[in-house]
Write a protein of this length. Structure first.
Lengths: 299, 350
């Protein structure tokens, strides 16, 4: 527990960890928006979420390779992933919308391992990162450093969250999405093309993940098999926040980011992933115990 | 010939094949050993997944616990474990003679089963209260966390893994492990066939069909669920112990707690064969094992792409599995007979 003493002796370190965590958490929240949307509307838990994030990162690297500024990667990744999501829906996902949830878990898991190895074959297995071109900011007499790309990620998470909320509330398609999520049969009777709504939902999810991935590759690094933790984090955030609660998703995402930074610092980086997965189990158990008091179950 | 005769004929043929394989296919013996272990994996997954309706992504935890437990006991009987793992095993320093090796196995395999079963009790009491996909995701988290924890634990070799005891040259371990795997598969099959014919088998089927009603009718559902998972874990743990010795090297993430491969394969094998049937996992494991070996031989580099495609095809287009399909296609030959259905009814009412 040397690191704990260090935290107490140098309180400014807490600020550093907290800021880092909050900003990383904003990226998690971005991917979690998509998962909440797909889960709420289509009743599918998309295990390929993390692979969408990683692919978004590779799209950004593709731009960099052709000499374009990496910041353009955020919209570029979102657009390409949007089309990929649409394609995947038309090929595979539409068959499992009405199926048992376990079927959709397994099928999207299949998509996920396919994408992992395809990315490995196409882009190589190295750990890659992109230079965002933004600098660092120094706070508190240079005691705390903040990279500006993370600040941008933080702001973008809020902006995109707000835009998504407005889109769902105001736009025609957004209203159709909400109607379909409430009652798909009634929506069909009222003339909504639910197939198109599902396709749009899945594609928007992929686009959100793509944008998150572009930020991940600039703020951090990616490799083809790094997707699963992002899936698990999204899942965790959605369970903590509940479906249909965009504000909750942001709050849970920021909380998770901060918790992970502190855990990584205190336990050592090698246990950071173990912490994420054990936290998932702990969150589920905690929800389960709360529900069991009311004789209800997590299902 | 009626259906029961077919059933016994199939068992007899399989048993004969199993006993004679060392003489028929001596070159492929280690592949056959793994096939029997895969059958154990599919059968035990189906006990909770197919018969009880609890789809676990995390059964590989028990497999890995068993693997480490067996290896640790085999070593610790004769040498200090920490020194052994620190030296990365083997070498000239840690030598096992025939009797030491066999005693180690005889103690290690039951210990593996028991430790895995205890793990199942502890974990089951906590997470078997969850249902449906929450249970599935929680077990997925456990499987990956277990791998990460094992790769941070120095006593069992941490990230660099652990070498299982090197057998003496005089011992024909290929045949030994073949018969061990075969015996374990046979034991698991017979035990589960018996279990499904008892009232307890009906109880876990009731949990799958409607858990709330089962509870309302007075079943202690949590207890029954934990028992089923514990049984699955016991056999899985022993399978892990044998598998570790077969592989000769235990890597925490790529061999022991390999949730993305072995953890998913066992689900796929059970679904491919037919969930919730006795023969389904056996057939599914055999078909899948052959396909997997082909993928890994001829599609190296693309094997996971092929596997992912296979998963999608199976779960989307063929969720009833081979046995389920046979039952639909020829109900007179493969479906339950009228007498059996009446007997099941009578038992359910008794």
């Amino acid at each position: 527990m040397d690191n704990l003493n260090l935290l107490i002796a140098a309180p400014i370190l807490n600020v550093q960890l907290l800021l880092d965590g909050l900003m990383i958490g904003a990226i998690f929240a971005l991917a979690a928006f998509g998962m909440a949307l797909v889960w709420g509307v289509m009743n599918i838990i998309n295990v390929a979420q993390g692979e969408f994030v990683i692919l978004g990162g590779y799209m950004t690297l593709l731009l960099v390779k052709y000499g374009l500024p990496p910041l353009l990667g955020i919209p570029f990744a979102a657009v390409t992933l949007f089309f990929l999501g649409w394609l995947l829906y038309r090929l595979i996902i539409w068959r499992i919308v009405d199926a048992d949830m376990f079927i959709s878990l397994l099928a999207t898991f299949g998509v996920s391992i396919m994408m992992q190895q395809l990315m490995n074959e196409i882009f190589g297995s190295d750990v890659r990162t992109a230079e965002s071109g933004l600098g660092m900011s120094y706070l508190f007499n240079n005691m705390v450093t903040v990279s500006q790309i993370k600040v941008l990620a933080f702001i973008l998470a809020f902006v995109i969250g707000l835009a998504l909320w407005l889109f769902l509330k105001r736009s025609r398609l957004g209203q159709a999405i909400r109607a379909t999520s409430q009652n798909p049969r009634a929506a069909r009777i009222l003339g909504i093309d639910t197939g198109r709504v599902y396709a749009a939902t899945y594609a928007i999810n992929a686009a959100l993940c793509g944008a998150a991935g572009a930020l991940v590759v600039m703020a951090w690094s990616i490799h083809p098999y790094a997707g699963l933790p992002y899936t698990v984090r999204s899942f965790m955030i959605v369970i903590m926040a509940g479906l249909g609660n965009l504000g909750g998703v942001i709050a849970a995402g920021l909380g998770l980011g901060a918790a992970e930074q502190f855990a990584g610092f205190l336990l050592g980086a090698e246990y950071q992933l173990a912490f994420v997965f054990l936290l998932l189990v702990a969150v589920l158990v905690w929800r389960q115990i709360n529900l069991a008091r009311k004789r209800q179950y997590l299902k | 010939m009626n259906r029961t005769t077919y059933h016994y004929l199939a068992i007899a043929a399989l048993a004969l094949l199993g006993l004679a394989a060392p003489y028929l296919f001596p070159a492929y013996l280690s592949q056959f050993s793994k096939l029997w272990l895969f059958i154990v994996l599919a059968l035990t997954w189906d006990l909770t997944g197919g018969q009880m309706g609890y789809n676990s992504f995390g059964n590989v935890v028990f497999f890995g616990v068993g693997m480490y437990a067996a290896a640790a006991v085999q070593v610790a009987l004769y040498y200090p474990l920490a020194a052994y793992t620190a030296a990365k095993g083997g070498g000239t320093e840690f030598i096992f003679n025939t009797s030491q090796f066999l005693t180690g196995l005889a103690a290690g395999l039951p210990a593996a089963g028991i430790l895995a079963a205890l793990t199942a009790v502890a974990l089951g009491l906590i997470i078997l209260g969850m249902r449906g996909h929450y249970f599935a995701i929680a077990t997925l988290g456990l499987a990956i966390a277990a791998g990460e924890l094992a790769s941070g634990w120095d006593l069992i070799g941490a990230g660099s893994g652990m070498v299982t005891p090197t057998p003496p040259d005089s011992l024909d371990t290929t045949t030994l492990f073949y018969y061990l795997s075969f015996a374990l598969a046979a034991l698991t099959f017979v035990f589960l066939a018996w279990l499904y014919s008892t009232r307890y088998g009906l109880a876990i089927n009731a949990i799958r069909d409607d858990e709330d009603k089962a509870e309302a009718m007075g079943h202690h559902t949590i207890r029954n669920k934990v028992i089923a998972w514990t049984i699955a874990a016991f056999f899985l743990g022993m399978a892990g112990g044998i598998f570790g010795n077969l592989s000769k090297f235990i890597d925490p993430i790529d061999v022991a707690f390999n949730g993305a491969e072995i953890g998913v394969w066992m689900i796929l094998m059970a679904i491919l064969g037919g969930k919730g049937t006795l023969w389904g996992p056996v057939i599914g494991a055999s078909v899948f094992y052959v396909m997997k070996e082909l993928f890994w031989t001829y599609l190296l580099g693309w094997q996971r792409v092929a596997l992912g495609l296979l998963i999608i095809l199976i779960v989307v287009f063929f969720p009833q599995g081979i046995v389920g399909w046979l039952k639909e296609r020829w109900p007179s030959r493969f479906g339950p007979t009228a007498a059996e259905m009446e007997a099941a009814d009578a038992k359910g009412e008794a």
